[in-house]
Write a protein that binds this ligand. Structure first.
Ligand code: F0G
Length: 466
């Protein structure tokens, strides 16, 4: 149902009530100090039982609805041709409009398949900011990622309303330099994660669509958080206030040729994803490749019950009241922190609050891993778990072996969907404000173990002694 916010502003209060609760463990400062040391100062290596409020990610951490749980009981666990697959396929066609669907165990499974099919060694893959797994699969297929997001996205202080937009001049320069034949597709994310959950505007998308049609370049859509992007279009873009999120989502997808989806985010499930394409040939190749990596093309590594939960979750995810409450809660936390003077990325994004670690900890150099150090300090203070999104996540240049030095050095407080209460958000804000008041005492870190791929997951650190 479309929510009209123009004339009256309904509260963002949740359109659900709580039926089951999960008890969490409270921790002492001493417990947390020991746990953080054992985890090498990497919040990814903490055990979740050592965490009070877990804002590590919004991925796979949603609370499913009673309808989704009921759907799980309808799991048709057939190896081939599960009824749940056909339900999922019908829902994807209805809400997103893509013709062919291949389930995968999660988003990166789909990224692997589409990268292998479309990218040849030496190709350039332009995208509106990298995402860790997406870029890695593009590189493993022989491609080189090129960032074509607008400059504002790299500036945490810019309040431009669509910081996820593609800079068409940057894309055009790549086409002129390499030729359109070397560009298999534009990797377009809605609600750009690494920029802070920042949306793409419909106008930008239309312009990109026109440009790519002219040059014969496809658009592959990372639609992991497309409904959140649609909400921002409804709020901020002329002509969309009266449209429903479902209508806007469908329009976004219509300007793209295919999509990879991590259903663990927008689609409100704990596991799952898919690849969706309009081109029949690509579908045929993908349905062949998926049997190598994931499973048969009608289950792709998922149980029938998982596919049922995704189908129902997609339907719930595009409801205006749901998205209003989801983003309303994120904004509630963000406004509290901003009002307290804590440096955060603005505008407030869709799936979390991003602390600007450069401004939070100005006494640390980027190679002292300020965002990693800040995530550790917040955990020590209160047991709130967040995630580094800075130089550790950015990894190394595969040619030179040097670190990438991203302009954004952020700590992400990602809000799981339908999981925490307003009071939990208050606890988080109070803890961060406390750390901010004594920010000068937060020490930098030294990396003492560095894995080869996606190092942020398993790297280990030690604090520099003060
Ligand atoms: N694309 C985006 C924009 C993502 O945020 C993620 C995952 C993926 C692709 C990969 O999907 O995890 O299902 O394989 N993001 C998680 C996060 C891990 O915490 O941001 P996946």
């Amino acid at each position: 149902m479309a929510v009209q916010l123009k004339n009256k502003r309904p509260s963002w209060a949740e359109p659900y009530k709580i039926k089951v609760v999960e008890l969490v463990r409270m921790t002492s400062p001493e417990d947390r100090r020991k746990a953080l040391e054992a985890a090498g100062y990497n919040t990814f290596l903490l055990r979740s039982g050592q965490v009070y409020i877990d804002l590590l990610t919004d991925s796979g951490t949603s609370a499913m609805s009673d309808r989704q749980w009921a759907g799980m009981m309808l799991g048709d666990e057939a190896y081939a041709g599960s009824e749940n697959f056909y339900h999922l396929e019908a829902v994807i066609r209805k809400y997103y409009g893509y013709r062919h669907v291949i389930p995968t165990h999660q988003g990166r499974g789909a990224e692997n398949i589409i990268s292998q099919i479309l990218i040849k060694p030496g190709d350039i893959v332009p995208g509106n900011m990298y995402f860790t797994t997406t870029r890695l699969h593009q590189e493993l297929a022989g491609g080189t990622f090129a960032d074509i997001i607008i400059d504002e996205a790299h500036d945490p202080r810019s309040e431009f309303p669509f910081k996820g937009n593609v800079d068409l001049a940057k894309l055009d320069a790549l086409v002129k330099q390499h030729g359109a034949k070397k560009i298999p597709y534009v990797s377009l994310a809605t609600s750009v994660n690494m920029a802070g959950g920042q949306p793409v505007s419909m106008q930008n998308l239309k312009e990109l669509y026109r440009y790519t049609r002219k040059h014969g370049i496809r658009i592959i859509h990372d639609m992991t958080r497309v409904a959140e992007n649609a909400w921002f279009i409804k709020q901020r873009e002329k002509g969309y206030a009266k449209k429903s999120v479902a209508e806007i989502v469908r329009e976004i997808c219509s300007y793209t040729d295919g999509a990879t989806m991590s259903a663990k985010k927008d689609a409100l499930v704990n596991i799952g994803g898919f690849l969706a394409v309009n081109d029949r040939k690509i579908y045929q190749e993908a349905s062949n490749l998926v049997v190598v990596y994931e499973g048969l093309h009608t289950y792709g590594g998922l149980a029938g019950r998982d596919m049922e939960a995704i189908a129902i979750g997609i339907t719930e995810s595009v409801d205006d009241y749901h998205i209003h409450a989801r983003i309303g809660q994120v904004e509630y936390l963000g406004n509290k922190l901003r009002d307290a003077g804590v440096p955060i990325v603005l505008p407030i994004g869709g799936h979390g609050i991003f602390l600007d670690a450069r401004r939070f900890l100005p006494h640390l150099k980027q190679l002292e891993f300020p965002a990693q150090a800040l995530a550790a300090a917040i955990y020590l203070d209160s047991g709130v778990r967040s995630m580094e999104r800075g130089i550790v996540s950015a990894g190394r240049n595969k040619e030179t072996g040097d670190h990438y030095y991203p302009p954004l050095e952020l700590v992400r407080l990602t809000i799981p969907r339908r999981v925490y209460t307003q009071a939990h958000m208050d606890v988080v804000a109070e803890s961060i404000e406390r750390v901010y008041r004594r920010r000068r005492s937060v020490p930098g870190l030294k990396m003492i173990y560095e894995p080869k791929y996606l190092r942020f997951f398993q790297a280990r650190f030690k604090p520099f002694s003060k």
